[in-house]
Design a protein around this ligand. Structure first.
Ligand code: ZN
Length: 70
């Protein structure tokens, strides 16, 4: 019935597979690997030296991660 609905872990797996594929950062950005989760992400060249983690792991980001997610 729900053949079209993929479980979250499968979507995650696909995202990781795509992420692991070779991709080039946009002009003005550089490709970094998150020290925390290993995710590859693009960051502005001028922020590359101070950016060690991906946006999801960045501790100083104002974007709060909900602690009471269901
Ligand atoms: Zn990360």
């Amino acid at each position: 019935m729900a053949d079209d609905v993929k479980p979250a872990w499968e979507l995650e797996q696909e995202a990781r597979a795509v992420n692991a594929a070779d991709w080039g950062p946009l002009p003005g950005t550089v490709k970094r690997k998150c020290l925390r989760c290993g995710y590859l992400f693009a960051v502005k060249a001028e922020e590359a030296e101070i950016t060690a983690t991906c946006p999801d792991c960045a501790p100083s980001q104002t974007r709060a991660r909900s602690n009471n997610s269901t």
